[in-house]
Design a protein around this ligand. Structure first.
Ligand SMILES: C=CC1=C(C)c2cc3[nH]c(cc4nc(cc5[nH]c(cc1n2)c(C)c5CCC(=O)O)C(CCC(=O)O)=C4C)c(C)c3C=C
Ligand SMILES: [Fe+2]
Ligand SMILES: [Fe+2]
Length: 338
């Protein structure tokens, strides 16, 4: 019998922080019809004519701050997790790491699985909560390639692991280290998403953004809703840490463009909290399994500066799952049992 193939996939990051490489990354990322889900002609004009030329140099400056001698944190942690999970799963498995955008690419990783003659492939996007723009896009790309193969092995896809007890415990343990430092409030800041993408995955057609508090709890109607899954992740971490509802706020960062995204926006929440006299904030970012631009720079630097300018004193980011051995245990369970 052959080995079982596992393909773990994260979002991706530029190959280097040079403007040319950041532009190449943004172009591949934002030309994805699941990320900027508008008319293809408008998308091309918007991405190639406006975002890539103008945002490219600005993003490159931010990536230069993020970059370490080993490279981009998202890829560094990706490689460490890949190595650790390979060791943990042992010889019955062939594990490949890919990035949805840039390198290592999904086509190359799938080719290696094909060459290894695996019996099956399990695709594991490293996004705890499902969004068409992240998990959906990984699934789409894998299917696009595999459908051209003559011999297609057993193949399965993980949708999400937003409530996985092992993962919840690791986020909670990382937060627990800071809990006794006298925080005025706690934020669960998730990556944002255009509201129309929430509506599109509403399997009932009558729920998301149509009923009051639509996605506060997760039900049959909204089980694929990114916001409903984010809320559940935050509630479970809060329960694990015995935080009552008044102690925390769930919010959404990194909005791009002028269309409405899921609310409340993190920057608006920072303004409201500062106006109420909140000085010290602890921030979890549980949409990310590893620290990256969105946590290390956007939260720890940009939101921290914004909050201080509003009269706040301190913003402390809770480290992501990164290469914590307890996360590797949880990931093994997700791979084997989901
Ligand atoms: C949590 C999963 C993610 C979803 C959903 C998502 C949606 C989404 N993102 C953009 C635009 C940008 N995102 C950028 C960076 C970025 N996004 C995610 C994850 C999700 N994005 C991660 C992990 C990262 C960091 C990558 C890294 O290299 O560390 C960026 C690039 C940075 C910048 O220039 O600000 C953009 C742009 C859209 C439009 C979107 C829509 C659904
Ligand atoms: Fe993003
Ligand atoms: Fe929803």
């Amino acid at each position: 019998m052959g080995k079982k193939g596992i393909l773990i996939v994260n979002l991706g990051t530029p190959d280097s922080p040079s403007t040319a490489d950041v532009r190449k990354y943004l172009d591949e990322f934002l030309m994805d019809g699941r990320v900027i889900d508008i008319n293809p002609i408008l998308r091309t004009i918007l991405v190639k004519g406006i975002i890539v030329p103008f945002r490219g140099p600005k993003s490159a400056k931010i990536y230069k701050k993020l970059w370490t001698p080993e490279g981009s944190p998202l890829l560094i942690y990706g490689k460490r997790v890949h190595q650790l999970i390979k060791e943990k799963l042992g010889d019955d498995y062939h594990v490949e790491l890919a990035m949805r955008y840039q390198s290592p690419s999904i086509p190359d990783a799938l080719e290696r699985l094909k060459q290894a003659k695996v019996d099956s492939i399990k695709v594991v996007p490293l996004f705890p909560q499902y969004a068409s723009a992240s998990t959906g896009s990984v699934h789409d790309r894998v299917m696009e390639i595999v459908r051209t193969w003559q011999a297609i092995p057993d193949i399965s896809f993980i949708n999400s692991f937003y409530d996985h007890p092992g993962m919840i415990k690791v986020f909670a343990a990382h937060g627990q280290k800071y809990l006794n430092e006298g925080w005025d409030h706690i934020l669960f800041s998730f990556h944002g998403l255009p509201q129309r993408q929430m509506r599109k995955v509403d399997v009932s057609g009558v729920h998301c953004l149509q009923v009051k508090d639509c996605c506060k709890t997760i039900t049959e109607n909204n089980k694929f809703c990114y916001t409903a899954q984010c809320n559940r992740t935050a509630q479970l971490i809060a329960e694990e840490l015995q935080l009552t509802e008044d102690k925390y706020t769930i919010c959404y960062q990194s909005r791009l463009g002028n269309d409405p995204w899921v609310q409340p926006y993190t920057s608006e929440v920072l303004k409201d909290l500062a106006a109420k006299g909140v000085k010290k904030l602890l921030v979890f970012c549980p949409a990310f399994v590893s620290d990256c631009l969105e946590t290390t720079i956007e939260v720890s630097e940009e939101y921290a500066e914004e909050f201080e300018a509003l009269g706040g004193e301190r913003v402390q980011l809770v480290e992501s799952l990164n290469d914590d051995p307890a996360w590797i245990d949880a990931l093994e369970d997700i791979i084997l049992n989901k």
